[in-house]
Design a protein around this ligand. Structure first.
Ligand code: NAG
Ligand code: NAG
Length: 410
């Protein structure tokens, strides 16, 4: 027969056990574990990349997109209903070296194998990736503003802000954009800074409800734990507040391609006065379903952002930007030496400066065409600059970038 004291002891023990369980569930270790479980879906095969990444081949119907409540009953579209044709011959400029020769590899992890059909390759998020993030909740998200050429406040320039060197068009309805971008590995001074080159598909004004779809290459030690150049995407429907993320670090983008992993390293990259390597990115709106599709290079249709993720972009984009962005954290009150593009100014030209060429927009007839009235913008041309031009081979193009801190950029 249990004594009252015995029962009390037992109760205390039970209570303490549940305390302990609750404490464990709230502990940072358990939170990291839960977060990783949400991000990393069970794989049918895992591939080790020479850069330390692990690429998980996840069954297409188990990818993170389907955690989104609106995608519960979604039928995956395995191909776009519509594909705009470009003005330029893609076979001439897809991840090709200026020296020609054999078709190079496009992502480093391919050295370790390929994903089977019916799966999508997903860069595994590691414990260390989450622990590097200033907040786990914010992992994969940026605190960030898009370059707004219309509202430059010179007083804000030196407050640890983001700096841009871009070309842009606005004032029309846009249904997509395309560009060929050469790929570099800019040096990053501080681990919490980044350097990227991308295109932005923007909807709405620059307010709280800005819609943006972004894709390009980036070097971001905080996000990836190294200085490699990686293919990335971003989306938001509320100016980077509650919605959206890099790559597929949240539910949204539906991937259909088994060969290209978001966030994986691009290989090879261009060398100063050496071989030049470029990538092409096209993003366009499928006029039938309204989804925004992305293509990488000539061969890889990666997948789509469902129309319902967006408000303004559910109709069309109102502005397109192409170019570079860096974080200038302004440590010790001086400008960062983080490089943009190749780290060299546009004047240096081909094989030395970074470029975007054959830039095009998708118009209301769903055709790719040369953009009209391209303008350029940079906060501090002495730090990072942009110079645009036009010719037969390269269509509308620009060189951009720079070294950051110098005697002219403090
Ligand atoms: C999904 O389909 C089920 C069964 O048809 C339905 O009950 C449910 O409401 C649907 N969910 C959504 C989010 O559409
Ligand atoms: C990245 O580059 C910076 C400076 O160029 C260097 O200090 C840092 O150790 C590198 N980080 C990694 C993870 O290799």
């Amino acid at each position: 027969m249990a004594t009252a004291r015995g029962v009390a002891c037992l109760l205390v023990a039970v209570i303490c056990l549940s305390c302990a369980a609750a404490a464990v569930a709230r502990s940072p270790v358990a939170r990291v574990h839960r977060h990783l479980k949400r991000l990393n879906k069970p794989a049918v095969k895992s591939i080790e990349s020479p850069d330390g990444d692990i690429i998980d081949c996840v069954p297409i119907s188990h990818q993170p997109a389907f955690d989104h409540p609106f995608l519960k009953n979604h039928t995956i579209q395995m191909r776009p209903d519509y594909h705009p044709d470009g003005l330029y011959d893609d076979s001439k400029s897809e991840t090709t070296s200026s020296t020609g020769g054999e078709r190079p590899m496009v992502q480093l992890w391919h050295q370790g194998g390929r994903c089977p059909e019916g799966t999508v390759p997903i860069r595994r998020t590691k414990r260390d990736d989450l622990l590097r993030a200033s907040s786990m909740r914010r992992y994969g998200r940026k605190r960030h503003t898009v370059a707004n050429p219309m509202s430059v406040d010179p007083n804000l320039l030196n407050e640890g802000g983001h700096q841009h060197a871009i070309a842009y068009v606005q004032g029309d309805k846009y249904y997509g954009a395309k560009a060929t971008i050469n790929v570099w590995t800019p040096k990053i001074e501080q681990p919490n800074e980044f350097s990227l080159s991308q295109l932005w598909i923007l909807g709405g004004s620059f307010g709280e409800d800005l819609n943006s779809i972004e894709a390009g290459w980036q070097v971001s030690p905080d996000l990836y734990g190294d200085n490699n150049t990686r293919l990335f995407t971003y989306w938001t429907s509320d100016a980077y507040q509650a919605t959206g993320c890099y790559n597929i670090l949240c539910a949204g983008f539906v991937q259909i391609n088994s060969e290209i992993a978001m966030g994986a390293s691009i290989f090879p990259v261009s060398g100063y006065a050496g071989s030049q390597y470029d990538i092409s990115i096209m993003i366009w709106k499928d006029p039938k379903e309204g989804n925004w599709w992305m293509q990488f290079g000539k061969d890889y249709v990666l997948g789509y952002w469902p129309s319902f993720l967006f408000s303004y972009l559910a109709d069309s984009a109102s502005m397109i930007e192409w170019g570079g962005e860096v974080v200038n954290s302004q440590l010790d009150g001086v400008h960062t030496s983080t490089q943009m593009g190749s780290g060299h100014f546009p004047e240096e030209g081909f094989s030395k400066a970074s470029y975007f060429k054959n830039i095009q927009v998708v118009d209301s007839t769903n055709d790719l065409r040369a953009p009209k009235a391209v303008a350029t913008f940079t906060e501090q041309p002495n730090c990072y600059d942009v110079q645009n031009g036009n010719n037969g081979d390269w269509g509308t193009y620009f060189y951009y970038g720079g070294p950051g801190r110098s005697s002219n950029c403090q």
